[in-house]
Ligand binder design. Sequence first.
Ligand code: 5GP
Length: 119
Amino acid sequence: MAYDQDNIFAKILRGEIPVEKIYEDGFAVAFPDINPQAPTHVLIIPTGPYDSLDDFAKNGTVAEIAGFWRAVGAIGRQLGVSETGYRTLANTGPDAHQEVPHFHVHLFAGKKLGPMLAE
Ligand code: 5GP
């Protein structure tokens, strides 16, 4: 699947849609989810044009993959939840209801998060 340059996260990366960036480096950008599902709900996206986790894992450079996951950990610490705990989630493809075709990791925190999957 060709990367859709007009997806909402591509527009956020280009600065065409304003968001409150809570983290930014050469590999990742993070901002609050517009429809939070937990007291803390942040989206973390790579700066490169990858449409899914599958695309990123297959085609991302080692530096991009390392930099991205380093950023995820750093964001958890920045948010002050690395000790209390948090959950990360990456919906991939239709069965997981991935809505936005730019790889993103959800970071949820701020309460007991309950079972991993709701029926
Ligand atoms: P997915 O279902 O693809 O894993 O999650 C996409 C997420 O993006 C959803 O949780 C949705 O609330 C969030 N989202 C969609 N559009 C926007 C937007 O314009 N700004 C922000 N901050 N989040 C968005």
